[in-house]
Design a protein around this ligand. Structure first.
Ligand code: SF4
Ligand code: SF4
Length: 344
């Protein structure tokens, strides 16, 4: 069930805006079609036009994503313009060019999240399609050394779930300030720019569920300090949602209950200028960002779509791997880092 505050029907404020700076990507993930089909980049001019309306909407955090945002030739100018508008900046990157840009990234961003789906070169290549594990690790180290608060994001799937504890050790080893986990999305055909349904061989199978449960038990036992400090972003209970999700994918029960109000406090602006209620649900075709973003967010098709999501009408929500529920206001939209950054 999706529950939102009743007052969220129109958006008077937008604490978090995700900007896809580019549809293009230098990674080759098996789960994604952006790198095959993406062509567009967001322009600096289009971001500048939005700034007054972001101020009116009280936007506090801009999450720069894509595709790979660092492929946008204007990424530094866009980040600087958003910073000058007093937004906090959060970068979500493949990390492939992070070593090259580490100092600028550290200067401009308040948070850097790097996708890292393997703890060794072979696993990384099997999932991300490139022999680039060492390069990404080098980028994480360089950004951390330059002072960027780096966290790792791991998409758990059949090819890497047995490395669960090793991801926590690797995050420490690379100087990251935390690690978070989510399940590979195999149920939503439209996420990651996909044109076709994704192969189900990425998800855990029935025979993987017991070993995965044992790994989660061991992680809870052996990494109590990392859970307590927030170094592992999810609680043990939240990680068990991932187990329930894979159980459901393999036909062993229902999908875990989704509780999400992401479209009540955030929106996604893609590189072509369209506005979406979240990463997984396409916005209406008419929802193209106008200079006053509030007009787009609150036009009739967008209102109707959010109301449909709010009243539990969006099929994407039932199988979502990335639901978010915020209750403590705008300051929560960028999750806190570990309370003991860098402790080993
Ligand atoms: S999942 Fe992300 S990093 Fe991988 S190809 Fe797609 S956009 Fe690039
Ligand atoms: S698809 Fe996921 S992120 Fe989007 S509103 Fe539904 S639960 Fe939330």
């Amino acid at each position: 069930m999706i529950r939102w505050p009743q007052e969220s029907r129109t958006l008077e404020s937008l604490p978090l805006l995700t900007l896809y700076l580019s549809e293009r990507c230098n990674s080759r993930c098996v789960t994604c079609d952006y790198w095959r089909t993406g062509t567009k980049d967001m322009s600096l001019a289009s971001v500048r036009r939005l700034l007054p309306s972001l101020e009116r909407l009280g936007t506090q955090v801009a999450l720069l994503s894509g595709g790979e945002p660092l492929l946008n030739p204007e990424w530094q100018q866009i980040a600087a313009a958003l910073r000058d508008a007093r937004l906090k900046l959060w970068l979500l990157t493949s990390g492939l060019s992070l070593a090259k840009h580490a100092r600028e990234v550290a200067r401009l961003f308040d948070r850097v999240t790097v996708s890292l789906d393997g703890t060794d070169a072979a696993t990384y290549q099997a999932i991300r399609g490139l022999d680039a594990f060492d390069k990404v690790c080098e980028g994480i180290r360089a950004a951390a050394a330059a002072g960027a608060p780096v966290t790792l994001r791991v998409t758990l799937q059949r090819a890497n779930f047995r490395q669960l504890p090793e991801f926590v050790r690797l995050a420490r080893h690379l100087g990251a300030q935390g690690v978070s986990f989510l399940a590979v999305d195999v149920a939503n055909p439209h996420a990651f720019g996909r044109k076709d349904a994704i192969g189900s061989d990425l998800a855990l199978r029935t025979e993987d569920l017991s070993p995965f449960a044992a790994l989660l038990d061991a992680l809870e036992r052996d990494c109590a300090r990392e859970f307590e400090s927030g170094f592992i972003a999810e609680s043990p209970r939240r990680l068990r949602h991932i187990h329930r999700y894979f159980s459901a994918v393999s036909g062993q029960g229902d999908y875990p209950l989704v509780r999400c109000n992401a479209p009540a406090f955030s929106a996604v602006l893609d590189a072509g200028g369209r506005v979406h209620p979240c990463f997984f649900i396409q916005g209406p075709p008419q929802a193209v960002a106008r200079e006053d973003l509030a007009l787009t967010l609150n036009d009739l098709p967008s209102l109707a779509l959010r109301e449909r999501i709010r009243s539990n009408g969006a099929p994407e929500c039932r199988t979502c791997v990335c639901s978010i529920w915020h209750t403590r206001g705008p300051t929560e939209v960028m999750p806190p880092l570990s309370r003991e950054p860098g402790h080993v």
